[in-house]
Every structure is written in C-alpha cells, then in structure tokens.
Ligand binder design. Structure first.
Ligand code: ATP
Length: 269
C-alpha cells in the first residue's frame, strides 16, 4: 500500500523547491523528464530530499520521441543554467526516463542531456521511476502525461509488465479546443484551472474513459486491487472516479501528482 500522507508531504516539498532552494547535504542528484508537454529538472540531495526544481512547457517531443532536437537541447540547458544559478553549484549527473516502447529513442534522450553538460548515470521507464516515490509492491502505477498513458504492473515489489499508449493530456486539450471553439493554448489554460475542472470533466470524459480502457485492457483484476495515478493529466479533479467506474478497481492519487515521475527519476540518479 502507498502511504498517501508521506507522498503528499514529499510532493509538497518538491513543489516548494520550485520557489526556493531547500536545505541539502551531500551529492546532488538530478532527474530529467523530457516530456511531450513539459521538460522538468528535479534536484534531490543524497538522502533524496527535494532541493530545487525547474520546468518549462515545451513542444519538442511527440509520443515520447524527440522531434525538435535543438529545441530540446536549448530548453534543458536553460533549465540547468537556472538551477545552477539558484544553487550556486554545478550539476553534473542526471538520470533520464523513457515511456515504455520508446527505448529505441534512448540515445537521442541521452544526447539531449549530454549537450547540456550532464553525464547520464541511469535510464529508467517512466512508471517505474514514479514508483520510486510511491514504493508500492503490488498494484499498477499509471502515468498520464501530455502525450501518452503509461503503466507499470508491480507484484512483490518487482515490475512484471510495462505498457504505453498514445493518449494523454494533449488529447484532452484538443477536445476542449473543439468544444469551446478556442485555441489549443486557451484550452490548456482552462484545463489547468482547478476552478473549471467540474465544468470540463463531462466534456473530456470520453477521452478519460479511453485512457481507463487502455489500463483495463492490460490489468488482471484478480491480481490488482489498486491503481495509483501520476503525471500532469491526473491533476484533473475527478479523473480517479472515472477510472474506478471503467476499471472497477480502487484508484488513488496524491494531492499533486504532477512532479512524481521527475522526482522518481532523480531518486535513481
Ligand atoms: P509525456 O510523459 O506524455 O511525454 P509529459 O512528461 O510532458 O508528457 P506531464 O508533465 O506529466 O507529461 O504532464 C503534462 C500534461 O499535464 C499536459 O497535458 C498538461 O496540460 C497537463 N496538466 C498539467 N497540470 C494540469 C492540471 N492542473 N490539470 C489538468 N491537467 C494538467
């Protein structure tokens, strides 16, 4: 079972580290999450305590694959420079993570990190990285980002299966843009406004049902009693209820599931 209170407290410190550098000791560990919607760098200390974090909305990947290489390099360097300025020290090592099924692109992700001056010490898959934070031994971790829905099944603390399919938050924004006759950027703003979640949930429900159907297809309900959500898209209020309805399986998420994967990547640096 995930200790939700521990995860909520930990993730609120990760969030706090976006605004100020937190006290730290020993070697700094960095996690680089090159995402479809955001590029995120999370810095932890030797004891995995949050130190600093920077993120930037980016449009340089599609379905987990880098489509604008120089753009990706530029943003990672910009975020690394910002962190080093805030920290007053150089960041040398980083870990990276890939959506399952995009392993053939790992070399490109590595080059992006290296172009910013990082040495890549570890490469993970995204939901496994998230479980470094959740620490569940049985259940399913579902990571819904901008472009994809990824899942990792755990039994007795080991990953037994990972999957990833191309439906994510971008698809929710496209549906909102069409429904309200607004631009994609405006749809993103509405979607990230918690005050409007109740209003938009019925509009995007079919896409969330599709995400839940993807997850349902892969899981064996006789061996899985809980789905653990993470990733920016799971910030959407009420998403867990739709998942429970479609899958028939208890679904939980922390107060802020946005930075779980990048923090888990950093833990593995
Ligand atoms: P991927 O893992 O698919 O490559 P990513 O790593 O960029 O993508 P995340 O950073 O986990 O994905 O999540 C980004 C998505 O989360 C975007 O679609 C964004 O609109 C959405 N998102 C962020 N905050 C919120 C929020 N408060 N409410 C709803 N959606 C949100």
């Amino acid at each position: 079972m995930m200790d939700l209170q521990r995860v909520n407290e930990y993730m609120s410190r990760v969030e706090e580290s976006e605004k100020k550098v937190l006290p730290h000791a020993g070697r700094l560990k960095t996690g680089l999450d090159l995402g479809t919607a955001y590029i995120v760098l999370v810095v932890l200390d030797e004891e995995n305590q949050p130190v600093a974090c920077e993120k930037k909305a980016a449009d340089v990947l599609r379905d987990g694959v880098v489509v604008d290489y120089s753009g990706a390099c530029r943003i990672v360097k910009e975020l690394k420079d910002r962190l080093e300025e805030r920290l007053g020290e150089e960041l040398t090592d980083c870990a990276i993570a890939m959506p399952a099924g995009t392993e053939s692109s790992v070399q490109t992700h590595r080059y992006v990190a290296e172009s910013a001056g990082f040495e890549v010490t570890n490469v993970l898959d995204e939901p496994t990285a998230a479980n470094a934070v959740y620490q569940i031994s049985d259940g399913v971790v579902v990571d819904i980002g901008g472009g994809t829905t990824g899942l990792a099944m755990f039994h007795d603390g080991k990953v037994v299966q990972i999957e990833d399919e191309p439906t994510g938050g971008t698809h929710l924004s496209l549906v909102l843009a069409g429904n309200y006759h607004i631009s994609f950027a405006e749809a993103e703003t509405i979607k990230q406004d918690y005050a409007r979640h109740k209003e938009i949930l019925p509009v995007v429900r079919p896409v969330i049902e599709k995400m839940a159907t993807i997850v349902k297809k892969y899981i064996d309900p006789s061996r899985t009693d809980t789905i653990y959500l993470c990733g920016g898209t799971t910030c959407l209020t009420g998403i867990e209820t739709v998942f429970e309805k479609v899958t028939g399986i208890r679904t939980v998420k922390p107060d802020n599931p946005f930075l779980v994967t990048p923090a888990g990547i950093a833990m593995n640096c």
